[in-house]
Design a binder for this molecule. Structure first.
Ligand code: BEZ
Ligand code: FE
Length: 298
């Protein structure tokens, strides 16, 4: 009886040990993972020192995480894996809803990133998130519809962004107050609007193992300016996306591969005067409009 397992048979031997696994999906994912990691180690002829370096890297990644910092997400994002998973999920949701009368495609999804906070202040339409923060007041507006253009009423519409220097509230020391984030609700016509700032480009955090990996790969850490949105409405698949600032640097080399052409928007400049909602502006302001299309739940 053969006792030892030859290196080329190791992957299959590990897979065979899962014969009593009760969860078919878990078994199928693990079978593929085991096959690929063994093939990878053999392809690159991984040395014990290199594998130890990788294990130390994963250990340091775990140690960097706390309730405000998620280094694994950063690594997944910068390796493009988050966008791969986002793309798979959205393609499935769309395929399950092939609808001959749909006039336009669903709004594309992109990465959530690590700076979303559940429980942002619920504010009325037209609210000003900027307050006394620097930058041109910027008005965001548009509507949320289904794939056939029917308004989606009462959609929970979360928005969050960096300031004009590229910093999120959660990056500003211990227990910083929330800023530049809110949850709105669309009206009966599916409309949303709010005031905020025009977000700036910024680097993803590079003070941890994720940053060390990025720099060792010879890559820059920047993301182009973007406004985050999360749309949740009854009967529809949740949508996590951004609007990207069309004149921002790094649109062509986003550190997390999140840019979609369909999500790049122009920001229009306006002189001081009366703006949307009758707001009187004593300095230049900007505006951006975008309509979102949600996919129904399968
Ligand atoms: C963000 O856009 O907030 C973000 C996304 C991925 C990694 C870091 C930040
Ligand atoms: Fe962001």
């Amino acid at each position: 009886m053969a006792i030892e397992t030859r290196a080329e048979d190791l992957a299959q031997a590990v897979i065979d040990r899962m014969k009593d696994c009760k969860d078919p999906r878990f078994k199928s994912v693990m079978t593929s993972l085991i096959s690929h990691i063994h093939a990878f180690a053999r392809e690159v002829q991984l040395t014990p020192q290199e594998w130890m370096t990788a294990l130390e890297f994963l250990t340091a990644t775990g140690q960097k995480c706390d309730d405000k910092r998620q280094e694994f997400i950063l690594i997944s994002d910068t390796l493009g894996l988050s966008m791969q998973v986002v793309g798979i999920a959205q393609a499935k949701a769309i395929a399950a809803n092939q609808n001959a009368v749909s006039a336009t495609p669903a709004t594309e999804a992109t990465v959530q990133g690590p700076f979303f906070i559940e429980g942002a202040p619920v504010l009325p339409l037209g609210a000003d998130l900027q307050g006394s923060l620097a930058g041109d007041p910027t008005h965001y507006s548009g509507k949320v519809t289904d794939l056939d253009g029917k308004p989606v009423h009462n959609c929970a519409f979360d928005v969050w962004s960096s300031d004009t220097e590229g910093f999120y509230d959660v990056q500003m020391g211990e227990n910083p107050p929330m800023q530049l984030r809110a949850q709105l609700r669309t009206d009966a016509q599916g409309r949303y609007d709010f005031w905020s700032v025009k977000p700036a480009k910024y680097p993803v955090p590079i003070d941890g193992p994720g940053g060390a990996m990025l720099l060792a790969m010879g890559r820059h850490p920047f993301r182009p300016g973007h406004m985050h949105m999360m749309l949740r409405a009854e009967g529809f698949a949740p949508l996590v996306t951004h609007l990207f600032v069309s004149d921002s640097e790094y649109l062509d080399s986003d550190a997390v591969f999140g840019v979609r052409n369909s999500l790049i928007v122009d920001f229009n400049k306006h002189p001081p005067g009366v703006g949307p909602g009758g707001r009187v502006l004593d300095k230049p302001w900007q505006s951006c409009t975008y309509d979102f299309k949600l996919v129904p739940n399968a």
